[in-house]
Design a binder for this molecule. Structure first.
Ligand SMILES: NC(=O)c1ccc[n+]([C@@H]2O[C@H](COP(=O)([O-])OP(=O)(O)OC[C@H]3O[C@@H](n4cnc5c(N)ncnc54)[C@H](O)[C@@H]3O)[C@@H](O)[C@H]2O)c1
Length: 355
């Protein structure tokens, strides 16, 4: 096991991020008092997940309060105490649900997170946000709770479907675009060879793993400096205002929706600030836009508005620090509508191969 970073989040809350070897990961799981694991991951990596006390979750389908209650009951049946350790293994949906249960049972026991998707490695395992969905609204009830360790075992990624690599890589690109020149440079060099998810099988080489770790370290830095999202952490929501509207209005997957969200919001920020903001088109391969069927721009706008209206706010967009000292900028409905329309007009351009 190699320690990559050790960060203090809040008072006594520290999280260590490790790159895990096969044996180190296996030992940590074996020595835990209880295991909560994604069902696909369990059957694909059974030899590694060697513990008799375990409970399997079905990703997003199980991301709800009833399952949190079941998990707490299961932990009680296994006589876990506040000092017990729970290994949580899976993508973002399992870590969110398991993390919430771990924060509630005995008001918090020790959680070890083993992220198994690209998105979970670079994003969802980091920063202490845990939540479940309520009715049809995402992440509506949750807690701030920081795992003791995050252990990234790259071997998990070998069984990840190609599309999941692409979905997760979008968040990495977002981290690069926010203010991380070094990461951007490495992504650029890497994308000259291939795009994760475009070719099957995905090449999990050192440059790919370095990019994922660099991206994870960026999220660790931002979230440890602003654990409760009062300032710079808000910037991490870049691409997500339009992205969420596309997820609900067009049924797009999260990664694809955020990619398009980044493009449209980039154009909104450019007009709001008059700044020439960098957006490399080769970061958004044509496969992202293939067979894209979007509803009319008014419907997308309505979804963005109704989502925000429930929170009593107006249309808000996260910006990089080099664009604005304020992490959030507000835009009029007219401007947003015009930018959605412009994207739809430019779509044939995005669907062609970028140099
Ligand atoms: N807490 C946070 O800060 C945060 C941040 C971003 C996203 N999220 C949440 O993360 C969730 C999305 O997470 P995700 O993209 O990791 O997807 P996911 O957890 O839903 O997993 C996607 C699919 O991949 C499968 N899978 C996972 N690991 C695998 C592996 N190694 N091999 C084969 N199959 C594997 C799962 O069974 C599932 O079918 C959303 O619920 C989102 O709200 C949370």
């Amino acid at each position: 096991m190699k320690l990559i970073s050790q960060n203090k989040y809040h008072q006594e809350h520290n999280t260590a991020f490790f790159s895990g070897s096969y044996n180190g990961t296996k030992d940590c799981i074996k020595n835990s008092d209880f295991v909560i694991c994604d069902h696909n991951v369990y059957f694909l990596h059974k030899e590694l997940i060697d513990n008799k006390d375990y409970f399997l979750l079905k990703g997003e389908e199980d991301k709800n309060f009833s399952v949190v209650e079941i998990l707490c009951e299961e932990m009680m049946k296994s006589s876990l105490s506040r000092k017990s350790t729970v290994a949580c293994i899976g993508g973002g949906s399992v870590l969110d649900t398991a993390g919430l249960a771990c924060s509630m049972y005995h008001r918090g026991l020790k959680a070890l997170f083993f992220p198994t998707t690209v998105l979970a490695v670079c994003d969802a395992s980091i920063g202490g946000k845990n939540a479940v969905n309520l009715s049809n609204r995402k992440n509506m009830a949750g807690s701030w709770y920081f795992p003791e360790k995050i252990i990234f075992y790259p071997g998990f990624l070998k069984t990840l479907p190609a599309i999941q690599h692409m979905e997760g890589f979008i968040e990495t690109i977002k981290h690069g675009l926010l203010e991380n020149e070094d990461l951007l440079k490495n992504i650029n060099a890497f994308l000259k060879q291939n795009y994760p998810g475009e070719n099957d099988p995905v090449t999990i080489n050192d440059s790919y793993l370095n990019i994922l770790i660099q991206s994870a370290l960026y999220k660790i830095k931002i979230t440890s400096e602003d654990p409760f999202e009062k300032g710079n952490r808000l910037r991490l929501n870049a691409g997500h205002t339009i992205g969420h509207a596309l997820e609900t209005s067009a049924g797009l997957s999260h990664g694809r929706a955020v990619a398009i969200g980044l493009i449209i919001e980039h154009s909104i920020l450019k007009e709001l600030t008059g700044k020439d903001i960098f957006l490399p088109s080769n970061f958004f391969p044509e496969s992202l836009f293939k067979d894209l069927a979007l509803p009319d721009p008014y419907t997308i706008l309505q979804h963005a508005i109704s989502d925000k209206k429930n929170l009593n706010t107006c249309l808000r967009f996260s910006s990089p620090s080099y664009v604005s000292p304020d992490p959030i900028l507000e835009a009029s409905e007219d401007l947003v509508l015009r930018k959605i329309m412009e994207f739809q007009n430019d779509l044939p351009q995005w669907q062609r191969k970028h140099p």
